[in-house]
Design a binder for this molecule. Structure first.
Ligand SMILES: Cc1cc2nc3c(=O)[nH]c(=O)nc-3n(C[C@H](O)[C@H](O)[C@H](O)COP(=O)(O)OP(=O)(O)OC[C@H]3O[C@@H](n4cnc5c(N)ncnc54)[C@H](O)[C@@H]3O)c2cc1C
Length: 376
């Protein structure tokens, strides 16, 4: 159980807090407005060592714990959820399977460069007819003498329009379970669609990716044939903890800005924060944020100790994403008309926070799985 942060964790938190306040927050509205991948900031996050934080030093990372990683995610997300979504994708799902199963060529040419932010990776799991139900994946890798021929259609792939490589979940024609493949974006037959227009996280560009007769050598199979679902489970808890941290980041930004506003906005001769109706909102928000933060760091601590954390990571993600949406909504009410104005950040937080209800599993799916953990 996390009670107090270590000196290293505090340093990480402060480093990313300073970076987010000085560099990210001032750019966040423009990132959203332009709907463009924030390449320059993405690289600066790489310079801070974020993409390799959770990988061991032997793999070129810095071998830090998931608590430190979560603290960094919260701070980046406070500055811009668009940037944080792109960066967390790179640091976890975009690179994990290359780290686990990539051969020397893949590791040197792609994984090591991705840790520095010089190459960008995306994960292709979702398909037009396979979202929550990943076993419904239809993308097929036909086994040949030389390797595989990949055909299929993926969608909602974060960073796809700027990606150098993909990790693809597909079905082989000789196994009922799913497999994972490494696919460089410049291979013949890889087709990246234009960015999907979204209501939030608009700087984290997302698109469809099609594969038409893409020839893959044998070493582009990551892990074993049919081993994909098992491998995904290895990082499922971390994906959920990371999404909880994203939610806490955007919620904290909304809460802090609304609090400042409540102290300075005068109506009926006094700051609106002096009215009990507004105070009740802040008490609720403060309680929710503290609970979400502590529980998420608890789940992260379980992960660091390699203890069972499946249920805890789902609870953290479910709670943090739900309260983040509620806090952004309440913060918007505190600012009233200014919460509705594009010149203020709150409306962006409200739009961005919706993403945390979907990524890492929807609330409905998490509740079903939590109930299963309870033996129901
Ligand atoms: C901004 C963004 C970025 C994304 N990035 C990526 C990415 O990089 N790579 C990737 O592969 N995917 C990505 N996704 C896709 C995301 O993982 C899926 O959207 C998510 O898994 C949900 O799938 P779906 O949207 O098809 O919803 P569906 O699965 O169709 O669900 C629709 C509704 O039905 C509910 N539902 C589904 N099944 C059940 C059930 N059994 N019981 C009760 N309710 C159920 C859901 O909770 C939801 O409310 C991204 C999505 C977004 C919005």
């Amino acid at each position: 159980m996390t009670t107090e942060l270590t000196d290293i964790q505090k340093t990480i938190q402060q480093t990313f807090r300073n970076f987010a306040e000085k560099k990210v927050k001032p750019a966040a509205a423009k990132i959203d407005e332009e709907k463009k991948f924030p390449l320059d900031l993405f690289k600066q996050v790489g310079d801070l060592g974020f993409y390799g934080m959770r990988y061991p030093e032997s793999a070129g990372g810095s071998g830090l714990d998931i608590v430190s990683y979560s603290l960094a995610v919260i701070e980046i997300a406070k500055g811009s959820l668009s940037l944080a979504a792109a960066c967390t994708m790179q640091s976890l799902m975009g690179t994990y399977f290359l780290y686990r199963f990539g051969d020397d060529e893949i590791k040197q040419k792609y994984f090591s460069e991705a840790l520095k932010g010089n190459k960008i990776g995306g994960i292709c799991m979702t398909e037009p007819n396979a979202g929550s139900d990943l076993m419904g994946v239809k993308t097929i890798a036909k086994v040949t003498e030389e390797g595989f021929i990949l055909n299929g259609q993926k969608t909602w792939v974060t960073s796809a329009p700027v990606a150098d490589f993909f990790t693809v979940l597909a079905r082989t024609d000789n196994h009922e379970n799913l497999s994972i493949f490494f696919v460089p974006a410049n291979l013949k037959g890889v087709m990246v669609g234009k960015s999907i227009e979204k209501m939030g996280v608009r700087g984290s560009v997302t698109s469809e990716v099609g594969f038409v007769d893409v020839h893959l050598p044998k070493n582009y199979l990551l892990g074993e044939i049919g081993g994909g679902t098992k491998c995904l489970k290895e990082i499922l808890a971390e994906i959920r903890i990371m999404t909880a941290a994203l939610a806490i980041g955007v919620a904290t930004a909304a809460y802090e800005e609304a609090l400042e506003y409540a102290k300075t906005r005068i109506q009926f001769g006094k700051p609106i924060g002096k009215f009990q109706a507004i105070q009740m909102k802040f008490a609720d928000m403060a309680v929710q944020l503290e609970m979400a933060k502590h529980y998420t760091l608890y789940a992260a601590t379980l992960s660091d100790k390699n203890l069972p954390r499946h249920k805890e990571s789902m609870i953290a993600k479910l709670y943090a994403s739900e309260i983040a949406n509620s806090i952004c909504d309440e913060a918007s009410r505190v600012l009233a008309s200014y919460g509705y104005a594009v010149d203020y950040n709150i409306e962006r937080y409200l739009r961005d926070a919706r993403f945390t209800l979907i990524g890492g599993g929807t609330s409905e799916i998490l509740k079903i799985n939590i109930a299963k953990e309870l033996g129901l």
